[in-house]
Design a protein around this ligand. Structure first.
Ligand code: CP3
Length: 327
């Protein structure tokens, strides 16, 4: 029997007591650089529920730290950059990534996981826009004003920055595939801040070559991208990730019938009672209509306050409700 596969963004994380215990007060990037810990944390959610994929425990800032960018991840805040990039000289300081020497711990983690797992292993990368936003803003930003000012005010500097980041992302993705990743998700988490015209001019040209370099199934995800979905599909990705703001059937129409879609239950809903979650989950499944090419997920990452049991029941619901004869 076939059934709709299900996994959760941030499935390895703070909602799991065993994750909190293992992490303790250890720095997140340091944890990512320690293969024994990264392997164990990746496996934790799979011991709790029959998920259909694992995602390697890492962070989108790992390859930037690996090329020498001074970055910390502040608990409760997110990535903070010591020396933000604001001009051409800043862009010139960004060097190329050589995965084997710059991030061997990630490739070791993937190799170890590949031996342990009997489900596909997803590798991932942050997309150039989302990485550029952190680098230019110096940290998380609501309006991405500095990044947009650079983009519009100094388009050549922006192009150079996107070019350097796209090369880093390509090497990072390729190395994970060579190490054993079965699929790659590209997180353009904050690209929904752009209008379609700016996406087409300032982002899309650098996305295409990234997806061309990924010769395993790819997932292209962003938040607040309702108006960008068709362009994101044009940019690349076999599967387009959708947040909860766009109904899944509407999203599927926008990306076209030959793309697959991933999503899109509101992560905040999963913190409510099961009585509230179930109809919302069934609505997502109904909009997918049992078609092949739906990967069930949340519309963004699991929130730390989510009860484990709610995710366990969701996995079971998706599996039992979508069983269908092989096609
Ligand atoms: O299970 C998985 O999904 C794999 C692990 C994973 C992490 N980061 C580990 C992590 C993944 C896929 C990421 C990607 C990531 N990191 C993204 C893209 C996904 C998204 O959420 O849109 C982004 C924007 C980042 C940058 C980042 N790292 C942020 C904004 C934060 C949150 C800071 C906070 O404390 O609220 C982090 C830290 C981080 N990376 C955590 C995890 C599990 C949470 C902090 C912790 O456990 O201490």
């Amino acid at each position: 029997m076939d059934r709709t596969p299900v996994w959760f963004m941030r499935q390895a994380g703070r909602y799991l007591p065993e994750y909190r215990e293992l992490r303790g007060t250890r720095d997140i990037l340091e944890t990512c650089r320690t293969p024994d810990l990264a392997v164990e944390i990746t496996l934790q959610p799979l011991r709790r529920m029959p998920l259909d994929a694992a995602i390697v425990f890492s962070d989108i800032m790992v390859p930037l730290a690996a090329v020498g960018v001074g970055v910390r991840i502040e608990p409760g805040t997110g990535p903070v950059i010591d020396d933000p990039i604001r001009d051409a000289a800043g862009v010139a300081r960004l060097r190329a990534l050589e995965p084997e020497t710059d991030e061997p711990y990630l490739l070791e983690t993937i190799g170890l996981l590949r031996k342990e797992l009997d489900v596909p292993l997803i590798g991932f990368a942050g997309a150039p826009f989302t990485l550029a936003s952190y680098l230019v803003e110096g940290g998380p930003s609501r309006d991405h004003a500095r990044a947009k000012a650079l983009m519009h005010g100094e388009p050549e500097t922006w192009a150079a920055l996107m070019g350097s980041l796209a090369a880093i992302v390509r090497s990072h993705a390729r190395a994970q595939i060579d190490a054993g990743a079965d699929a790659v998700q590209v997180f353009d988490s904050w690209v929904g801040a752009l209008d379609p015209a700016d996406y087409e001019r300032f982002v899309l040209p650098w996305m295409r070559p990234i997806f061309e370099a990924i010769d395993v199934p790819s997932i292209h995800f962003g938040v607040g991208t309702g108006e960008l979905l068709a362009l994101m599909r044009r940019a690349g990705g076999d599967v387009i990730g959708v947040d909860w703001r766009t109904p899944l059937d509407v999203a599927w129409e926008r990306v076209g019938p030959d793309a697959a879609v991933q999503g899109n239950l509101d992560p905040a809903v999963v913190t409510a009672s099961w009585g509230a979650i179930e109809p919302k989950a069934r609505d997502v499944l109904a909009r997918a209509g049992g078609r092949d090419g739906h990967v069930f997920n949340l519309g963004h990452g699991v929130l730390p306050e989510t009860p484990v049991e709610h995710l366990q029941r969701l996995v079971e619901l998706v599996h039992t409700e979508t069983e269908r004869p092989n096609t």
